[in-house]
Structure formats: C-alpha cells, structure tokens
Design a protein around this ligand. Structure first.
Ligand code: MRU
Length: 343
C-alpha cells in the first residue's frame, strides 16, 4: 500500500478556526484565522474555502461562533445560508446545527456542545470520504487514465476528498493511474488546487484546458471520468461545477463511464429534479480577469454560472459512503435511502 499525505484544509486550535486560503494556492500556503461571523461569511462567499462538504463544515463552525458571540440563532443561520446557494451541504450542516441547538439550548454547556457537534460534522465527513474512496476504487481498473473536473479533494472536504478521494484510494492501493485534470475555468480549481494536491502526493497527472477533454476522449485516451457533486436531486440529477454537463454528454457519446462521488449529505431529497436546483451566478470579473490580469475588453459582458446540471441518464453510478447507486433514478434513490432509514 502506498503512503499518502494527510492534507487538511482547516484546523481548530486555541479557540479559533484556521483555514487554508484557497485563493493563494498553489503559490502560497497562507492560513487565515476566522474570528467573527463576518469572517465566516466572507470566507465562504469569497471562496477562501470552497467545495460542497467543506463549506458545510465551515458553516457549522460559523454557527458555533455566531451563538458564542451572542447573536440570535435565526440570524446566524440566515446569514450563513445567504453566502452560497447551490451546494446543499451548507444548508444540511446549518439545519443540523440549528436542530442540535434547539434541543440543547438550556444546557449550561451549550457552547462546548455546539463546538463538539461542528467537530463531529468534520470528522464524519473525513470518514465518509475514506468510505467513498473504498467503494469507488473498486470501479477503477488496475491501469487507468482518469479525467476529473474542479477540485473534489482534501481541499474541498474535511480531508481525502470525494472524486479525488476515489483517485487517492486507487493510487494508495497500488493502481497504475494517470489523472487528467481539467483546469476548470474561471476559478481554476483544477490547475491550482487539484494539481497541487496530486503533486503533493506524487500522483501522475496532466493539466488540460477544459476544451481539450472531448478531443482526448475521441482519441481513446480517457478510460473513465469521476467528478464530485454540489447537490443531487431525488431523480439522480447532479449539480456540479460548470463544465460537468459537457463532460457527461461527451462521455456518453464515447461510451466512457461517468461516475459521481458524493457523501449522502449532498443529496437533496426535497427537490424532484435538477431544474429545481438554485444555480449560483458569480461576478463577470471572474471571467474577464485571470489572477488579477485583464483578459477581456472592458466593454464586453460575461456570463458566469458557477454550476451546471447533469441529468441522471448520463451518470453511470453515484458513489456514496454507504454504497454505490448504479444508473441512478428516483426509484433506486428512494430505495437506497429507505433501506438506510429502516436500518
Ligand atoms: O465553486 P466550488 O469550488 O465550491 O465548486 C466545487 C465543486 O463544484 C465540486 O466539484 C463539488 O463541490 C464537490 S467537492 C467534494
């Protein structure tokens, strides 16, 4: 078994949460101390921390800090929920913290209990990722060229990662893999963050421009694709980083397996289908500038949807910490969760 590093994007110490500033990677490893609720709102909104599971975890710590600072719990939840709309993990974690608070608010040790609950959410996510990796790596052949999009690794979670966790687990188990990393315009989560993680681990990889993916598939150079998710609806539709949908359509055209890896906290069973998912639109400046450099005429307007929706018919399987949902649809998802609820 190969030995891998233990990259973690956050650390709670001496009463504060420290987060690795993802805006500065890969050039600089800067840790930022989050003190007030405003710091938490800014860290999530400005993408100092990002990735569906991680913003849920940071949101949970933010809830603790808001209550510690004497704010009303409803205000804390509202403010944190307004930061980013698409990844359901943020809403899931805040709902969990709110319920926990309402059940325990008269306990004199409530603050300590809230902190423990946030830490539990973080720890559970790490173990969920290890489990996703275990289930998912079975789908990876001994020798494989794997395409991935965005960053779904340690930096997007409590550690290890979802789709990148599957890749890590395959590498850990000695598989001979090469990872093709979509650079993922405009924020460059692929080239800045995924490539940074893979470099740290010594996992062989190539960065490609997003527009190269189809050509590589047509040349038979991709064996499978694995991506993460920000929200999965009842019928198995998946919202993920913009560009995921194009990859899924191309994969189907070329007969390439297309896998989604996500914890069960990414499922939103209150929504029937992908069209119901709120899709974040971010500033045009993210498209018109690259690392501060202007790359477009000032007079041009840009469209910047941060996510797209991949219909379930394009998805070969969804890999979760509780098992794999093959060719997902509403019936299978209901059965999957029904079974787990009964247990
Ligand atoms: O805008 P981001 O960087 O927060 O988007 C991240 C993604 O789309 C990831 O693919 C998704 O959150 C899964 S992360 C484990």
């Amino acid at each position: 078994m190969r030995k891998l590093k233990d990259i973690r994007p956050i650390e709670f110490k001496e009463g504060f949460l420290y987060v690795l500033n993802q805006l500065k990677l890969p050039l600089q490893e800067e840790w930022i101390k989050l003190e007030s609720l405003e710091d938490y709102e800014k860290a999530i909104k400005d993408m100092i921390v990002r990735g569906a599971p991680l913003i849920g975890i940071v949101g949970a710590y933010g809830f603790y800090v808001g209550i510690k600072d004497g704010l009303d719990y409803k205000e804390v939840v509202d403010r944190l929920k307004k930061t980013r709309p698409t990844a359901v993990n943020l809403f899931w974690a805040l709902d969990r913290m709110e319920k926990f608070y309402l059940l325990n608010k008269d306990n004199p040790d409530i603050l300590n209990k809230l902190l423990k609950e946030a830490q539990r959410i973080e720890l559970e996510d790490y173990h969920a990722n290890r489990s996703i990796g275990g289930y998912g790596e079975v789908l990876i052949p001994k020798k494989a060229r794997i395409l991935t999009h965005c960053n779904t690794g340690s930096l997007a979670t409590a550690g290890w990662g979802t789709a990148l966790g599957v890749i890590r687990s395959a590498y850990e188990n000695g598989k001979d893999i090469i990872v093709y990393v979509d650079e993922t315009r405009p924020y460059l989560q692929g080239s800045r963050l995924t490539a940074w993680e893979l470099s740290q681990e010594g996992i062989p990889h190539y960065i490609i421009t997003d527009s190269s993916a189809g050509f590589l598939m047509s040349k038979g150079e991709i064996d499978l694709i694995v991506v993460g998710a920000d929200r999965i609806t009842l019928n198995g539709d998946v919202a993920n980083k913009i560009g995921t949908y194009s990859l899924a359509v191309l994969a189907k055209h070329h007969g390439i397996p297309f896998y989604v890896a996500a914890p069960t906290s990414t499922f939103d069973l209150t929504l029937e289908r992908g069209e119901d998912i709120p899709i974040e639109e971010r500033s045009q400046d993210e498209v018109k500038r690259c690392s501060g450099c202007v790359v477009a005429p000032d007079s041009s307007k840009a469209v910047n949807y941060s996510f797209d929706v991949t219909p379930s018919e394009y998805i070969s399987a969804i890999i979760t910490e509780k098992g794999i949902i093959d060719k997902p649809d509403k019936e299978k998802i209901l059965k999957f969760f029904g079974k787990k609820i009964k247990e």
